[in-house]
Design a protein around this ligand. Structure first.
Ligand SMILES: Nc1ncnc2c1ncn2[C@@H]1O[C@H](COP(=O)(O)OP(=O)(O)OP(=O)(O)O)[C@@H](O)[C@H]1O
Ligand SMILES: [Mg+2]
Length: 248
């Protein structure tokens, strides 16, 4: 199996606070990898390290490397626009632009100079399992969609520009069980084409959607492995305690 993303002795500081501590992690291509761990342990920061979104936070310092395929994305000559086209991200709270459903997807396509915008918008909506629900209202405001529909729109927007990696930061945390089930179904479908990294608080969700699991604690990567191994035979006491619900 091919490794798509590789952290090599990667550390990150916000000011004087070390948030990520010497992370070594290999994320396989075209699988779902879940990042679990208690609040504040650095899950979002780890995810944002994969498309260098933490660079936007003042006083951030990093050390070590993160490879995508064979390129260290922290090399000085890396083009961030190209990187972020390759690595799409969907946030915890759905954040569609205050524009039409169509424009939400067409915007990125135009920025990246794609042709056949209309066909691509339709395809992205179909691939995000949203098309049937919105096909008669493409020019209505995206803000009128339900939370679950908005989240699938954000995924459609991310996949429209043909990324290779999709980062999902607790994408179901604001959704009801039915919307969550739809989103999980979608994740399952998307992994055929994309490498997916998902942060989730919810262990049941990690068990349902992921092939591999990483457990983080206080900025360290404690354990990584196949999801069934992590859940059935955790090697580290801290992982076991987390799975038993001892960290709240
Ligand atoms: N913009 C920022 N500036 C300074 N410190 C930050 C910033 N964002 C996060 N931190 C700190 O980095 C640490 C890790 O935060 P992070 O958001 O990665 O945790 P998390 O595991 O995603 O938590 P949660 O499950 O609550 O979302 C926390 O101590 C947090 O206070
Ligand atoms: Mg977070």
């Amino acid at each position: 199996m091919k490794i798509k993303i590789k952290f090599e002795n990667f550390s990150l500081w916000f000011g004087n606070n070390q948030i990520l501590k010497n992370i070594n992690l290999e994320i396989p291509e075209k699988n779902v990898t879940a990042i679990m761990g208690p609040s504040g342990c650095g899950k979002t920061t780890l995810l944002r390290a994969i498309n260098r979104m933490n660079d936007l936070i003042p006083d951030t310092k990093v050390c070590g490397k993160v490879f995508i395929d064979n390129e260290n994305i922290y090399d000085a000559n890396v083009n961030l626009l190209t990187l972020r086209k390759k690595v799409g991200m969907v946030f915890q709270k759905p954040n569609p632009f205050p524009k039409s459903i169509y424009e939400n997807i067409a915007f990125g396509l135009k920025v990246h100079k794609f042709k056949n915008i209309k066909e691509r918008v339709t395809k992205a909506l179909i691939d995000a399992n949203l098309y049937d629900e919105v096909k008669d209202n493409l020019y209505r405001s995206a803000l009128n969609l339900s939370g679950g529909q908005q989240q699938r729109l954000c995924i459609a927007r991310a996949i429209a520009i043909e990324p290779e990696i999709i980062l999902l930061d607790e994408p179901a945390s604001a959704l009801d069980p039915i919307a969550t089930a739809k989103l999980e179904e979608l994740i399952h479908k998307l992994k055929k084409e994309y490498t997916i990294v998902i942060v989730t608080h919810n262990m049941q969700q990690a068990a349902r959607v992921s092939d591999y699991c990483a457990f983080m604690y206080l900025g360290e990567l404690v354990e990584f492995g196949k999801t069934e191994d992590i859940f059935v035979r955790p090697k580290d006491k801290r992982t076991e305690d987390f799975l038993l619900g001892k960290y709240g």
